[in-house]
Design a protein around this ligand. Structure first.
Ligand SMILES: [Zn+2]
Length: 272
């Protein structure tokens, strides 16, 4: 972990790390509420599964409300960027038989997929809306592009450092491993792409909370889906949805703080 943080220090110098959006300051009230909400969610045991037909109807209903809001939000946020594509294909991934939701690029076009098992597992429309809005956050935050830059920067830096130390060893007559440059270049790429992914999660939560709220959903209720006590790995040994989206109090506290900001703004507008 320390190594990754050190890496990010180096990468930050190259402008590859960090968020574009300011994460909210977490006030005392949000932190305390998040703590008790998280503890409560962690004790939840019974899980009712919706039928595939019900889950699919819920998905269509939520997408029809979230998609236009998210697209407008994306266009406004990326107006200064050349040809940024906000036209996202939102669909059910019917091939994957596990609970998952993810953002990706398909033939260079942005796409968000949710699986039927995750939709069947969700308790209400707010959870579907928040997870969907969170995935839009990964698009608007340009996280895939940033991770690619970080991987490249990490590979270049560690590869160059290794080549330099090998050259020094050679000139001092000390033996060195000739394969180490290639190996460490790969290592650098992996460290670079992993760096700060938690920050990206929080940035997506921040953006997602705003999109879900404007779409008419309750982001705090929705974000509780992440807080369930679940394994980080699936039975097949892959990272589960909770492995790539580690549940913690900070996540809930961030969403609570953003909601408080939205409510304060609405109060102000009402008074004007
Ligand atoms: Zn995420």
């Amino acid at each position: 972990m320390k190594k990754i943080l050190a890496w990010c220090g180096l990468l930050l110098g190259l402008g590859a790390c960090g968020t574009t959006y300011v994460l909210p300051d977490i006030d005392e009230t949000s932190a305390t509420r998040a703590k008790s909400m998280f503890a409560e969610a962690q004790t939840a045991t019974s899980r009712k599964q919706a039928s595939p037909a019900t889950a699919e109807r819920r998905f269509r209903r939520v997408v029809s409300r979230v998609e236009p809001v998210a697209e407008k939000f994306c266009e406004a946020e990326t107006a200064s960027l050349n040809n940024f594509d906000c036209d996202v294909q939102v669909a059910i991934d019917r091939k994957l038989d596990e609970r998952n939701a993810y953002f990706t690029y398909l033939n260079d076009k942005p796409a968000i997929f949710m699986t039927l098992p995750i939709l069947q597992d969700m308790r209400n429309d707010d959870e579907v809306a928040f997870v969907l809005s969170h995935e839009y956050g990964h698009l608007i935050g340009r996280h895939i592009q940033k991770q690619q830059q970080q991987a490249m920067a990490g590979a270049i830096i560690l590869g160059a450092l290794t080549a330099y130390s090998n050259a020094q060893a050679a000139s001092a007559g000390i033996s060195y491993d000739p394969d180490s440059v290639a190996r460490n270049t790969e290592l650098g790429a992996a460290a670079g792409s992993m760096a700060y992914s938690q920050t990206y999660e929080l940035e997506s939560d921040t953006l997602g909370a705003r999109i879900a709220a404007v779409s008419g959903y309750d982001p705090v209720k929705g974000a509780q889906y992440f807080a369930r006590p679940e394994d980080a790995r699936t039975e097949a040994g892959n990272l589960s949805f909770w492995g790539t989206h580690p549940p913690d109090e900070k996540r809930l506290a961030t969403v609570l703080a953003v909601s408080a900001q939205i409510e304060a703004k609405q109060d102000l507008q009402r008074k004007q």
